[in-house]
Design a protein around this ligand. Structure first.
Ligand code: NAD
Length: 362
C-alpha cells in the first residue's frame, strides 16, 4: 500500500468529459469545484482528455492504447458519461470505463442516495430528509466477468456461457468496506443476496458476510434476497443505511435507488480504490442523455455531487460538505431546479447559483 504524496503543485485531476451531456455537466462541476477550492485554499490541477465515442468514431478506439498508463499518475479521475447512438454500449463501456475500474482496482462502487427537500420522490413513503442510504457495489468481479464464450454460432445448438467469479479476497474487502462505512453512519448493514436460488456463489457470499460481521459487533446487519430487497427499497426506503451487493445486484439496486430519490440527474457515484494505490474515479450515475444533449438543460447536480465525493476522497471534507450544502439549498429553491425535477432552470442557472452560494458565507 502506497499512500500518494501531495505535490506542491496540488493534487492532479484527470477530467474525461466523454459524450453528450457528460461534457456539459463536467464543465458545470469544474466551475463549482473552482468556487469550493478557492473558498478553502485548495490547489487542484486539471488535465482534460477527449476520450469518448466521438474519438471512437474518429480513431477507432475510445482511448489510446496507453490510456490507462496516462491516467496512473493522477490523484483522481472526474468523468462525465460515455455512450452515443451508433457506438454499441458494450464498446463504450468495455473500451473505457471497465478497463479503468479494473486496472486501478476500484473495487468499491459507492452510490449515496438521498431524498432532498424540494425533490419529489415518486414514492408516497419517502419524505425529504428521511431517506438517506448508500449502496456499496462490488465493482471488479462477480457477474461481470470476462470468463465465458459462445459456441456453435448460428446453429440450433448455439449457446453462451458467462462465469460469475466470487473470490474470498474480493468479497471480504467489499464487505469490510461496507461494514466500516456503516459504523461511521447509522450502524446498520443490509447484504443483498439470492442464496436460495444461486447456490454456489451467493451461499459463499453469505458465509463471508457472516464471517466478516464478527469483526464489527457494533453494526447490526441482515441479509435480504434481491427480489424482496427491491420491493422493500420501494415500500420502506427509510429503513436502509448501507446496502452491500455484488456487481450485478448493486448495479440494478443503485439505479432503482436513484429513481426512488426523485431523478437520475442528481445521483452521484465513486469508483474507489480504498488502498489509494491507484487513482479513484468519480462520475454521475446518469449516461450521456442523447435526447437532451446540446440543449443546456441537463441537471448538473449528479456531476457536482460526484465532485464533492472526490473532494472528500482527496482529504477535503469541509469543502465537500460545503458543496453538498450548496446543492441542498439549490434544490430547495424552485427557481434553481432543472426540468427533470419539474423546474425550469437550465444547467447554467443552477451552476451559477451553486457557485454564488459557495462564494458567500455559509
Ligand atoms: N457511466 C456512464 O458513462 C453511463 C451510464 C449510463 C448510460 N450510459 C450511456 O449513455 C447513453 C444513454 O443512455 P440512457 O439513455 O439509457 O441513460 P441516460 O442516463 O443517459 O438517460 C436516461 C434518461 O434520463 C435523462 N437524464 C439523464 N441524466 C440527466 C440529467 N443530468 N439531467 C436531466 N435529465 C437526465 C435523460 O434525458 C433520459 O431521458 C447510452 O449510450 C449508455 O450506454 C453511460
Amino acid at each position: 500500500m502506497t499512500a500518494r504524496a501531495v505535490s506542491p503543485r496540488g493534487q492532479r485531476i484527470a477530467v474525461i468529459p466523454g459524450d453528450g451531456i457528460g461534457v456539459e455537466v463536467t464543465a458545470a462541476a469544474r466551475r463549482v469545484l473552482d468556487a469550493a477550492t478557492a473558498r478553502h485554499g485548495i490547489a487542484l490541477h486539471y488535465d482534460e482528455f477527449d476520450w469518448s465515442c466521438a474519438r471512437y468514431a474518429r480513431e477507432g478506439a475510445m482511448m489510446p492504447p496507453d490510456g490507462v498508463d496516462r491516467l496512473r499518475p493522477y490523484d483522481a479521475i472526474l468523468l462525465g458519461a460515455v455512450g452515443w447512438p451508433g457506438v454499441p454500449d458494450h464498446v463504450s463501456l468495455w473500451g473505457l470505463l471497465i478497463p479503468i475500474r479494473r486496472a486501478f482496482r476500484q473495487y468499491v462502487n459507492l452510490r449515496p442516495i438521498r431524498v432532498f427537500e424540494g425533490v419529489a420522490s415518486p414514492l408516497r413513503d419517502a419524505p425529504p430528509g428521511e431517506v438517506d442510504f448508500v449502496v456499496v457495489r462490488e465493482n471488479v468481479e462477480g457477474e461481470y466477468s470476462e470468463i465465458g464464450g459462445r459456441l456453435n454460432r448460428g446453429f440450433p445448438d448455439e449457446f453462451a456461457t458467462q462465469q460469475a467469479v466470487f473470490t474470498r479476497a474480493g468479497v471480504s474487502r467489499i464487505v469490510d468496506y461496507a461494514f466500516d462505512l456503516a459504523r461511521r453512519r447509522r450502524s446498520y448493514l443490509t447484504s443483498a443476496t439470492k442464496s436460495n436460488g444461486i447456490v454456489h456463489t451467493l451461499v459463499f457470499w453469505d458465509e463471508v458476510v457472516a464471517e466478516r460481521a464478527a469483526a464489527f459487533p457494533d453494526v447490526r446487519w441482515d441479509a435480504e434476497h434481491i427480489d424482496a430487497l427491491a420491493a422493500k427499497l420501494v415500500l420502506q426506503p427509510r429503513r436502509f443505511d448501507v446496502i452491500v451487493a455484488s456487481n450485478l445486484f448493486g448495479d440494478i439496486l443503485s439505479d432503482l435507488a436513484a429513481a426512488v430519490a426523485g431523478s437520475i440527474g442528481i445521483a452521484p457515484s465513486a469508483n474507489l480504490d480504498p488502498t489509494r494505490t491507484y487513482p479513484s474515479m468519480f462520475e454521475p450515475v446518469h449516461g450521456s442523455a442523447p435526447d437532451i444533449a446540446g440543449q443546456g438543460v441537463a441537471n448538473p447536480v449528479g456531476a457536482v455531487w460526484s465532485a464533492a465525493l472526490m473532494l472528500e476522497h482527496l482529504g477535503h471534507p469541509a469543502a465537500a460538505s460545503d458543496v453538498l450544502a450548496a446543492v441542498e439549498a439549490c434544490l430547495a429553491d424552485p427557481a434553481t431546479r432543472t426540468r427533470d425535477l419539474g423546474g425550469t432552470a437550465d444547467t447554467d442557472t443552477v451552476t451559477r447559483a451553486l457557485v454564488e452560494r459557495l462564494g458567500h458565507h455559509m
